[in-house]
Design a protein around this ligand. Structure first.
Ligand code: DLL
Length: 432
């Protein structure tokens, strides 16, 4: 069984890869400049023409694209090809404002599927696996992406979509699913439900491919232990294609960016300046092989760092670190930057469940943070005194991690609403 889906390209030398990136970048810049008026206007405004871009060393000269640019051009103003050349539309999961819609040609779909196939094979998937896809199908890219990737590998694909936990667990047992694909929060929920129903030992799972939302190393440990699998991270966003923009190999030490298709950069979110490897900042992508709607220097709002060091798995593509939040879901509480992932880390270190919700409010002009976290069924039978003691312990752990006071309320098991897709972690009641 091969470790790679496309060994030649996944282990290509950096020199060869950069050559390919240079060629594809120049071609893509010309393509969008000539076919997308909004791009031409942006580049004209910056005083650059396609001839100024000779390769990746000139990438920083290009203007950024942000989500509002896509909203302003809704629905198809960013298309670089006639509509008749497109075969698919997907859309972001945004609930406010105009949704962003993204178009794909047949070849764009092939690229996307191949990226997901690379992720699956890196998690140990082969033709003989049964891939259980519990990401949502429909406009969301999760279901379609992993489904396409699994077909490319030639695995038996189970298009479960999300929801109906009993049926998920029944099929998982009956059809002997070996690879589970879903959001980490749904993965944790499925694990918990399988244990509760006493069926976890009947499962045949060996690996999981979890993404679409931030999760912590602690949550990984929790899912791996409960389901007895290896849990791999997968990252992506609709605007760039969907899942599979980056994925974790067996080393579980950062996510390889499919750099033959997407060039990553890390920038300072305040100044836009490009940051060196190892420094944390906003992740930016440039698509260099898609044709319908390739975005140049798209600001993801996701925060991570980048490394070009060779990975022990043999892949040469750069890695991003586990995503640590978004510039826009970073909470600022009493002037302190707080990421939900930091709180999750504390909770899991204290042996609590990953089922939590953060309630942020403003009382008498001062920010308040309340952390609701579900007790484990064993804790539920503890005395009030013991529960209060645990709450105080978490308050103090959060204080030393974040530097601010957070009220902690242990709530009964299953009282926080479960999500089958991305979990709702934060309720911000402040009207600022
Ligand atoms: O969530 C695509 C996807 C589907 C990725 C399935 C992985 C698995 P969107 O709905 O457009 O697309 O949301 C993209 O989700 O900018 C991140 O903020 C977040 N995100 C995605 N993957 C991860 C991850 C899909 N592994 C937004 N870790 C991105 C942390 C993630 N955040």
């Amino acid at each position: 069984m091969s470790k790679y889906f496309q060994e030649d390209i996944e282990t290509i030398s950096r020199e060869e890869l950069e050559k390919l990136q240079n060629e594809r970048l120049v071609e893509t810049v010309n393509h969008v400049y000539n076919n997308v008026p909004a791009y031409k206007a942006k580049m004209d405004e910056k005083g650059i023409t396609p001839s100024d871009i000779k390769g990746i060393e000139d990438l920083h000269k290009l203007p950024f694209v942000v989500k509002d640019d896509l909203r302003n051009e809704y629905p198809d103003g960013m298309l670089a090809l006639p509509l008749e050349d497109c075969v698919r539309i997907q859309s972001t999961s945004g609930t406010t404002g105009r949704r962003v819609v993204v178009y794909y040609t047949q070849d764009d779909i092939r690229i996307w599927d191949e990226c997901c196939a690379r992720a699956l094979v890196a998690a140990g998937c082969s033709k003989s696996d049964v891939v259980h896809v519990s990401y949502g199908y429909g406009l969301f890219t999760g279901g379609a992406g992993l489904n396409g990737g699994s077909h490319m590998v030639g695995s038996l694909t189970l298009p479960m979509s999300s929801g109906n936990t009993d049926r998920q667990l029944q099929f998982m047992q009956d059809l002997k699913s070996t690879i589970l694909c879903c959001t980490p929060s749904y993965g944790a929920y499925l694990a918990e439900s399988a244990i509760e129903r006493g069926v976890v030992d009947n499962l045949h799972l060996k690996a999981g491919i979890f993404g679409a939302e931030a999760w912590s190393e602690e949550m990984r440990g929790d899912i791996e232990k409960k389901l007895n699998i290896k849990a791999h991270d997968i990252y992506g966003l609709t605007e760039i294609s969907g899942p599979g923009v980056a994925f974790e190999c067996g080393e579980q030490n950062g996510l390889h960016v499919n750099e033959d298709h997407f060039i990553p950069e890390i920038i300072d979110p305040e100044t836009g300046e490009v940051l060196p490897d190892g420094e944390k900042g906003e992740l930016v992508f440039t698509c260099i092989s898609k044709k319908a709607m390739p975005l140049l220097r798209y600001r993801t709002r996701d925060i991570t760092s980048l490394t070009h060091e060779k990975c022990a798995c043999g892949r040469t593509h750069a890695r991003i670190q586990r995503l640590m939040g978004r510039t826009d879901d970073m909470l600022i509480i009493k002037g302190v930057n707080v990421f939900p992932s930091q709180i999750e880390e504390v909770l899991i270190n204290q042996k609590l469940t990953p089922n939590y919700q953060l309630i942020v409010d403003r009382v008498n002009n001062s920010d308040t943070l309340e952390v609701l976290v579900e007790m484990t069924p064993e804790m539920f039978s503890d005395t009030v005194g013991t529960i209060e003691k645990t709450e105080r312990k978490i308050v103090s752990a959060l204080k030393s991690m974040l530097g601010i006071y957070a009220k902690v309320s242990l709530v009964s098991p299953k009282s926080i609403e479960r999500s089958e897709g991305k979990a709702v972690r934060v309720i911000d009641k402040r009207k600022i």
